[in-house]
Write a new protein. Structure first.
Length: 559
């Protein structure tokens, strides 16, 4: 793992500054975010969104949202809608500049005819497998198609026939006529169009030929007069092809700049693999809180500030590396610590009876809403003779370094009193059913007038003044830093990535959570589940723990 260089001016900004200084593009800065609508966006796309829209904002420029929808077999309106929602949620505005590759299908078709007329494209009858076999390798040149030297008129006629629906799927393709011995394999007569009799999510059945991504992408940037076409490194070898198309057609040419994509530990970023997890029900949809998708992060409780701060903090480089997932989690902790109101929630409850507590209905105490923001004041919490505490906060005969409750042990109830355990009540199987304690009425607020100290402070809720809820604890979906280790990412799925506690008890203030993220004291940050939670069935997801538990686990393993 490596820590990125967070130079306040990344190399892309330095290029743009130099372009502006020289007067290139008349000092315009116009970027675009061009997702393919074949899946939901993930945290890697969030970095690209923040980069492209952020660059435009910094230079008082423009950024387009453009859907590269050239493959109807994989694209759906659902994905388009999810992308729009994600970009809006991150706080960016494309104004009136929402475009689609399909907006340009007619123009791209016309450009293809122009290329044929110049003798720089031809219709090929080879099958996909035959083309692959003739493409060559990095060490050996490719073999020319036997259809490469068709006349211009024949190619125009065949291409028009392709559009008219005269051929079956994959029966013919349109290929650029470049160089089958080129050192860059992308230049070896790449396919520009294929016959594909499939309806498109926007154009319906208007087309039975569709442009390949590499043919459409650079032309779209040119049509939209993009100045700086910012791509990830895997497109670096494609740049020469984009430039060849634009030069051959004598069109406006943007400047392509490549940067390293975001790779996150314990995470896969392949939309194809993420779709496999969804389709085979390894997860609860694209918005499963364990997924690295923006919708999954949002449902889990991540904030746009945390995601944007993370994208800024990891920086922009030309070198691939793996970013520790802890840095994303820390970005969320840092943001939520300042903004999240505090509350009590007992996830795995066990009853405590305070035997000497007065037989009154309740006593009202005061709890701080957010110690980071004293202006948010305090709230009332109610204590009664019977309360719930976490089952893990009690051990009947505790070890020496266990500082919570045990027999003859005294602890502090947060914002309340000192209590001391004197006995337990067990069921017939020997399991503890109730814990019986006494409290010291002189310790109201959590301190003793005689100066005695206790090492443990635990949270609690009143039995009679609590609400029921389901708590869902999510962990990392994979148990390997590189989930692809061993060649099968499915085998590296963390089988303990999801735990459900159906009998949790919450303080009354959480009855109407209003989709806010709360810090459940000592348990982490939680948000009401947006998918399944209802007024009569509260479900909370843990966004992140209060500290990095995985770092502690790894440290213990290394001891």
């Amino acid at each position: 793992m490596s820590r990125e260089n967070t130079d306040p001016l990344n190399f892309i900004q330095k290029i743009i500054n130099q372009d502006n200084k020289s007067g290139k593009y008349n000092k315009r800065v116009h970027t675009r975010f061009p997702p393919e609508p074949n899946g939901y966006l993930h945290i890697g796309h969030a970095k690209s969104i923040c980069l492209n829209f952020g660059i435009a904002e910094k230079y008082n420029g423009k950024c387009n949202l453009r859907f590269d929808d050239t493959n109807p077999l994989k694209e759906e309106k659902e994905y388009v809608n999810s992308i729009i929602e994600d970009v809006k949620w991150l706080g960016f505005d494309w104004e009136d500049r929402k475009y689609y590759a399909s907006d340009y299908f007619e123009k791209l078709y016309t450009y293809a005819l122009q290329l044929i007329s110049k003798g720089k494209a031809y219709v090929c009858d080879l099958s996909p497998e035959e083309m692959r076999n003739q493409r060559g390798t990095l060490k050996h040149p490719g073999k020319a198609s036997p259809f490469r030297n068709r006349s211009i008129d024949e190619n125009i006629g065949l291409f028009k026939g392709m559009r008219a629906g005269k051929f079956k799927d994959s029966e013919k393709t349109l290929r650029a006529r470049i160089d089958m011995s080129h050192s860059n394999i992308n230049m070896r007569d790449p396919v520009m169009y294929r016959v594909l009799n499939a309806p498109h999510h926007r154009t319906g059945n208007d087309w039975c030929i569709y442009p390949m991504y590499d043919w459409a992408h650079g032309l779209e940037d040119s049509i939209e007069k993009i100045t700086h076409s910012i791509c990830t490194l895997e497109f670096e070898d494609h740049r020469l092809l984009y430039e060849w198309y634009l030069n051959a057609l004598e069109l406006y040419q943007p400047q392509q700049i490549e940067f390293a994509r975001l790779n996150l530990s314990y995470t896969i970023m392949s939309k194809r693999k993420l779709k496999f997890l969804v389709d085979n029900q390894f997860v609860d949809g694209w918005d499963d809180p364990r997924m690295p998708t923006i919708s999954g992060l949002r449902r889990r409780g991540y904030t746009k500030n945390a995601v944007r701060n993370f994208a800024e903090e990891v920086g922009i480089t030309k070198r691939d590396s793996i970013i520790d997932a802890v840095r994303l989690e820390n970005a969320l902790r840092s943001d939520l610590n300042k903004r999240a109101p505090r509350a009590f929630a007992v996830i795995d409850p066990i009853k405590v009876v305070i035997t000497n507590f007065p037989d009154i209905e309740f006593e009202t105490l005061q709890a701080t809403n957010n110690p980071e923001k004293p202006s948010e004041g305090k709230r009332d919490i109610l204590i009664t003779k019977e309360i719930y505490i976490e089952r893990s906060d009690f051990i009947e005969n505790p070890p020496k370094k266990f500082f919570r409750l045990g027999l003859e042990r005294e602890v502090r109830l947060r914002f309340a009193y000192f209590i001391k355990c004197h006995s337990v009540l067990k069921n017939k199987d020997g399991e503890i059913k109730e814990i019986h304690c006494t409290y010291d009425p002189q310790t109201k607020g959590g301190s003793a007038p005689d100066g005695r100290k206790v090492k443990g402070t635990i949270h609690w809720v009143s039995v009679d003044h609590s609400i029921n809820a389901e708590i869902r604890l999510y962990d990392r979906l994979f148990n390997k830093v590189n989930p692809n280790e061993g060649g099968d990412y499915i085998k590296n799925i963390n089988q303990n990535s999801f735990k459900v506690y159906k009998n949790a008890k919450l303080e009354l203030s959480l009855k109407s959570p209003h989709n806010k993220v709360y810090q459940f004291e000592r348990n982490g940050y939680f948000i009401q589940d947006s998918k399944y939670s209802k007024s009569n069935r509260l479900i909370f997801n843990r966004a992140v723990s209060l500290r990095d538990s995985w770092a502690k686990i790894l440290a213990n393993k290394n001891k």
